[in-house]
Write a protein that binds this ligand. Sequence first.
Ligand code: SAH
Length: 275
Amino acid sequence: MKFTSTFALLFTTAPLSHAVSTMSSKKIHNVVIAIAMEAEAKPFIEHLKLDQSKDFFNPRSPFQAYQGKYNECNLTVITNGKDEVHGTGVDNVGTIPATLATYLALDKLEVDDNKVDLLINAGTCGGFKSMGAEVGDVFLTTAVANHDRRIPIPSFTDYGIGKIESTNVPNLAKALDAKMGVCTTGNSLDAHDIDHHHMKENEASVKDMEAAAIAWTCEMHKTPHFGLKVVTDIVDGDKPTQEEFMENLGTAAKSLQEALPKAIEFICGKDHGEL
Ligand code: SAH
């Protein structure tokens, strides 16, 4: 991997994340799937009969891990667990838990000499009808960026947006009949005018609350990554996001459960250039 990234840096001006993933010829056998909410993850975990790994995360953390094999692949699904800090008991959605859970999982697997070949951030998202998104669509990310990290000091602006290329997966998109586009991330489910302005600047097709944070964490570990997101609600539509989200969460989780195993089936045993 060290050779690959040095090689990539010498021969391309593309961001490192993109270069690492497309230049690597290593077969994919070890995949982490990061999913924020239990309701999103449950059907997939049950479908693939993954076992809960109780000692994967330190028990003081709320994070949960499920592991198993699928064909040639070792799979680790991580979820962000429930909020015990405030005692609300809801899922730990948003960038902070996603960053920490991803970091701990990648670090642990690396220390166990089980370096991760690919991380898929799977979950639900809002979709922009102006970019062709409809409820139930499956999107694969081409890049991720933040829309709520506004730092109007010139040298910090790009850091705030934090745009990161996803690993390139055009063949997977064809196989899944999925759409492709940029995912914009922020820590709010709703969106105000200023968010709409920045989401447009990010040229976003979909919107979530974790993708940019997970990608940033993967970059630290030089782990190729992309998001597989199912649209639960339309961001530039007429219905309030929260109502549409709750209405469609069940259907979207089902659609995720159909798309994810197909994605794993397609990915496992291939090298990055074939995706
Ligand atoms: N009321 C919900 C709240 C979920 S928060 C509940 O507790 O059941 C939304 C989660 O879905 C986040 O993990 C986020 O990544 C994703 N999501 C779906 N639609 C979204 C949208 N329009 N904007 C931002 N995140 C969205």
